[in-house]
Design a protein around this ligand. Structure first.
Ligand SMILES: Nc1nc2c(ncn2[C@@H]2O[C@H](COP(=O)(O)OP(=O)(O)OP(=O)(O)O)[C@@H](O)[C@H]2O)c(=O)[nH]1
Length: 542
């Protein structure tokens, strides 16, 4: 189907008229929806990250408060004092490990409790294995200014969880730092709280160290999650509070937003799976695209049908017009529609009918003219009285025969016939009788010759017969037969038999005959001789 055809144009218009507004509005709407979804998700992730930070702060504060309370216990203070030899008896020091184990079991989230003296040397620990806990060098200053020293959480592969150290100073009764109480805290113990927070929000939280290593994840995948690429961690830190899209190993594409964890040197990342965020949007988009495709197909079909309903009758009209142009006027198209095309078909039929009518009139006029022409032509070459060829036509016939003879040596012969004593006949019976005799002679001449021969009235009571392809002897035989037939059959007038005879001069063509007058002259010569010899006879030029 050519693009320039009406059918294609209607089809293209219908498809574009459907696609452009639908797709335009659809895209605008999807773009708005996508923006709204992105805004909503950003807001939710910010809320989730903020809630997580607050929960962590609260959870940490509880742990610190518990540790502080413990650091004020007499057992701990006395234990350190005995360790420093500033108190009597060694009962408190001996009881301290046992006391720490008891407390560790009672306090949630503690993996180990250790008491250090002011120089950082271990006094006692709840650990059975004698694991050593140390604090960073400026801890007494930190403890004095902040009241607590917190190490960066890290993944403890032996404990299969993320842990961090929490240290509070142990003060003597006169408020001097005599040591520190250090707890190894299981970060995973905050997971239920964070999970609850995640569950009521649409998303999940991953706590990561600054290197991007996941330490806790509310979907409980921490041990499975691989660290994020450092580039991604940098982006998260740089665009803190802003959502970014990145690939999380084993999980796929996620939308994540980073926040600080407050006191804990951690990165809180609130995440949602990108597929899940746009699941409904994608499903709706696919439904829209399917509907749009279906609608476009339907419109294309309707457009094609409409184009066909216009073009098919137009093609029929064009075909009919072609036939009319070729001269076929016997066409009448069926008018089945009431629209413009139906009207056009009706007008076409009327036009064809009109043409047919005019054509018939022209045909009739032509025929009449042709008949007139034929009549005129016949009249111009025939003699009125006898119906034989006239003198003018005779000249043409003889000229033609002479040319054929000169070109192809086709012989021909000429008979010059003259009614005997015709004047006397006219005088005796009247001019009308003479006319009847002329007609009777002409009739007998016509009957006597072949269809290829010519009989003409030469003038008055003289006739000429031209015999193509005939030699002089054959011509003479015919002349004799004609002579006899005239003598025997001619002629009746008003009940009387008129005695009519002919004298005939016969001449065959010769090379010396350079014109038609020459052969006529020779025939006339022998005719004259026949007359003088007594008439009613044939003389032949030798
Ligand atoms: N009825 C009638 N007579 C005609 C016609 N044309 C010529 N004639 C007459 O034919 C006659 C010819 O006469 P002539 O030439 O003397 O010849 P003829 O009387 O036949 O004598 P020969 O030829 O010598 O036998 C004349 O009287 C003409 O008037 C015609 O159309 N009708």
């Amino acid at each position: 189907m050519a693009v320039s055809s009406i059918k294609s144009k209607i089809l293209i218009f219908a498809v574009l008229a459907t696609l452009i507004p639908s797709a335009g509005l659809g895209l605008l709407s999807f773009w708005q929806n996508e923006t709204m979804i992105a805004d909503n998700v950003t807001h939710q992730l910010r809320v989730l990250a903020g809630d997580t930070r607050r929960e962590l702060e609260f959870w940490l504060k509880e742990r610190v408060d518990g540790l502080r309370t413990l650091s004020n216990s007499n057992t701990v203070i006395n234990g350190i004092a005995q360790h420093n030899d500033t108190a009597d008896g060694d009962n408190a020091l001996q009881m301290l490990p046992h006391y720490l184990r008891l407390v560790e079991q009672k306090l949630d989230a503690l993996l180990q409790l250790t008491v250090l003296d002011a120089s950082g040397k271990q006094v006692a620990s709840s650990a059975q294995t004698g694991a050593v806990v140390s604090l960073s060098a400026p801890w007494p200053e930190d403890a004095a200014t902040k009241g607590v020293v917190i190490d960066a959480p890290h993944w403890d592969s032996s404990a299969h969880t993320a842990t961090f150290s929490l240290a509070v100073p142990v003060l003597s009764l006169d408020d001097k730092i005599i040591g520190a109480l250090v707890a190894v805290v299981d970060l995973n113990s905050v997971a239920p709280t964070l999970k609850h927070r995640s569950d009521i929000s649409a998303g999940y939280v991953v706590l990561m160290d600054r290197a991007g290593r996941p330490l806790l994840d509310t979907l409980a995948r921490s041990s499975e999650l691989s660290p994020l690429e450092s580039r991604t961690v940098q982006r998260l830190i740089q665009h803190q509070g802003q959502p970014i899209v990145y690939e999380r190993p084993l999980t796929g594409e996620v939308l994540g937003l980073a926040d600080t964890a407050g006191t804990l040197p951690l990165l809180v990342v609130a995440e949602r799976d990108r597929d899940e965020i746009y699941q409904a949007w994608t499903a709706f988009r696919n439904l829209f695209l399917s509907l749009l495709g279906g609608l476009t197909l339907l419109v294309a079909l309707i457009g094609w049908g409409m184009g066909r309903s216009i073009v098919t009758p137009l093609e029929r009209l064009t075909g009919a017009a072609d036939r009319v142009a070729a001269g076929d006027l016997e066409i009448a198209l069926p008018v089945t529609r009431r629209d413009e095309i139906g009207r056009l078909t009706r007008v076409f039929n009327q036009m064809t009918e009109h043409l047919r009518h005019s054509h018939a009139q022209v045909e009739a006029a032509n025929q009449a003219l042709q008949q007139q022409n034929q009549l005129l032509e016949r009249l111009s070459i025939t003699d009125n009285l006898t119906g034989l060829y006239n003198r003018k036509k005779l000249d043409d016939i003889l000229t033609d025969q002479l040319a054929r003879y000169e070109r192809h040596r086709h012989p021909f012969a000429v008979l010059l016939l003259d009614i005997d004593h015709f004047k006397a006949l006219n005088d005796s019976y009247g001019h009308l009788a003479g006319d009847e005799v002329l007609k009777s002679v002409a009739h007998i001449l016509t009957q006597s010759i072949r269809s290829v021969d010519y009989a003409a009235r030469y003038g008055g009571e003289e006739f000429v017969i031209v015999l193509p392809e005939t030699n002089t002897a054959t011509a003479r035989d015919l002349a004799e037969r004609i002579c006899g037939a005239i003598r025997d059959k001619c002629c009746q007038f008003e009940g009387q038999s008129l005695a009519v005879t002919l004298s005939i001069g016969v001449a065959g063509i010769r090379d010396s005959d350079k014109n038609i007058e020459a052969i006529i002259a020779r025939a006339d010569e022998v005719l004259y001789a026949a007359k003088h010899a007594g008439r009613n006879r044939v003389h032949c030029a030798l």
